[in-house]
Design a protein around this ligand. Structure first.
Ligand code: PNW
Length: 477
């Protein structure tokens, strides 16, 4: 055969046939959070949050960075919505800053705060992008920390419900999807005790976040309980104040035990381990009870709770949102008494750009499959997935080949999960733009769009182009 007789294209047959497609109507979204992008930390009547306090405390954030200006999204939201439209994004998951709406945490509403989110929502709808609002992405009003120890008190859960009801009443005419709280596990455990993550080769990494407390286990378990109680009370408040067709859920960084092998035996073990890993958060919110093993292990440190509170925590929701970044651990069958062992992550296991990011795309298959199998929700959203990379802007371009690899690998696994019947309704990439990455400051870039934090100029990366084409095709490309 001569060269000219060969196929002129090497595009894979799968890509051409649509074999790697997502279900029709699948949402392609990007995500951010208020403190990480808005800036304007004390403008237009906003009250301080625990993140303002924490970031203003010397030594807490790398390089002394703060979210005071961040991406200046508060003023540049129209430009940012236009950039999202260029990504072919059909949904935007943003968070609402509680102290922008209620500067004191409770009481008087700051109309300027409502006004900002109202303008943002209108801009999104005009661009054909559906707003998905998170009500709590870690920026607790400082007044609530001062008044009653923040999440150490059930009063904060009640205050959250009042705030959620106000937002639902004021913006629920145009926001049809609400997330109550973001990443219970992360903000509770890292903020109130510090969290140790397995990093391979027997090493662990300690992470701390605002408010930077070091509570003992009994106190921590009570904070965990107040956080899920806030979710339950929030669900009820949103239902009572938003139009009846509003959809409500949460966004949790679920721990995922990944089966070392895809055999029925190993998959069943992993599912059991995942249910227990998430006992204080996902599991109690979806089952309305703490697992026996969680209560037995906690013993005298178990949280104090009532049956009524459990019923509230288990209030019916419309979708389960999961943030999926890394496997928590691997499990394999063994002849130990419990029938399995935890497989330690190897020292040379691949990692992505941020300190904690163990790389294994297969978690994007198992996480939704386990949620489907354990709790059979009507709908699942991947509310976050993405990676940091050592991006460099050279001649006006950022060629983030590692992020493209990461996204392609993760979405391939997600597509495999939807093919297998997992009811995943959409995917939100973290993040549309580089932004304030908590304790790592501006040093960890997670965006599809590069931000120069001196000039605030935005430049789409190679991965932005990838996302745009994948969203257009509704398929892995
Ligand atoms: C999430 N981990 O945090 C948060 O929801 C975002 O605000 C954040 O910017 C993003 O992921 C990237 O970090 C995480 O240790 C923090 O596995 C820690 C972990 C995962 C997510």
């Amino acid at each position: 055969m001569s060269v000219s007789e060969q196929s002129t294209s090497t595009t894979s047959a799968d890509a051409l046939s649509g074999a790697r497609s997502f279900p029709s109507g699948f949402r392609w979204g990007v995500a951010t959070a208020a403190y990480q992008v808005e800036g304007a930390w004390d403008e237009d009547g906003k009250g301080p949050s625990i993140w303002d306090t924490y970031a203003h405390t010397p030594g807490m954030i790398q390089n002394g960075d703060t979210g005071d200006v961040a991406n200046d999204h508060y003023h540049r939201y129209a430009e940012d919505v236009a950039l999202m439209r260029d990504l072919n994004a059909t949904a935007y998951r943003f968070s609402i800053s509680w102290p922008r709406i209620l500067p004191e945490g409770t009481g008087a509403v700051n109309e300027n705060g409502i006004g900002f989110y109202s303008r943002l929502v209108d801009e999104l709808l005009a661009a054909g992008i559906e707003p998905f609002a998170t009500l709590y992405h870690w920026d607790l009003p400082q007044t609530l920390q001062d008044r009653f120890g923040g999440w150490q008190s059930a009063d904060t859960a009640k205050a959250f419900a009042d705030y959620a009801g106000i937002v639902a009443a004021r913006l629920g005419d145009r926001i049809r999807h609400f997330f109550t709280l973001n990443e219970f596990h992360t903000f509770v455990d890292t903020g109130h005790q510090g969290m140790e993550l397995e990093m391979g080769g027997g090493k662990t990494l300690r992470i701390e976040l605002a408010p930077g407390l070091r509570l003992v286990q009994k106190e921590l378990n009570q904070v965990r309980h107040h956080a899920v109680l806030a979710h339950g009370l929030g669900v009820q408040a949103i239902r009572a104040n938003a139009p009846a067709d509003a959809k409500i859920g949460f966004a949790e960084n679920m721990g995922c035990a990944v089966p070392a092998f895809d055999t029925p035996e190993c998959a069943a073990i992993a599912e059991r381990v995942t249910r227990e890993l998430n006992a204080p958060y996902l599991t109690v919110m979806l089952e309305g009870r703490y697992t026996d093993a969680y209560l037995a292990e906690a013993g005298a440190d178990a949280p104090v709770f009532s049956d009524n509170e459990l019923a509230t925590i288990g209030s019916p929701i419309d979708f389960v949102g999961i943030n999926v970044y890394r496997p928590s651990l691997y499990v394999a069958p063994s002849d130990e008494e419990r029938g399995y062992r935890e497989v330690p992550i190897s020292a040379s296991h691949p990692k992505m750009g941020s300190s904690w990011h163990i790389f294994d795309p297969v978690v994007m298959y198992w996480a939704p499959r386990q949620v489907q199998s354990l709790w059979a929700p009507e709908s699942i959203y991947i509310t976050e997935n993405g990676c940091a990379a050592a991006d460099a802007l050279v001649d006006g371009r950022v060629d983030d080949t590692d992020r493209v690899m990461f996204l392609r690998a993760c979405l391939s696994e997600l597509q495999r999960a939807t093919d297998a019947g997992a009811p995943v309704s959409g995917y939100f990439q973290w993040s549309s733009q580089d932004n304030f990455e908590w304790s790592a400051g501006y040093g960890n870039r997670f965006g599809l769009i590069h931000v120069d934090f001196e000039t605030l100029e935005r430049t789409p990366k190679l991965s932005a182009r990838w996302f745009r084409e994948a969203a257009r095709a509704n398929a892995v490309i």
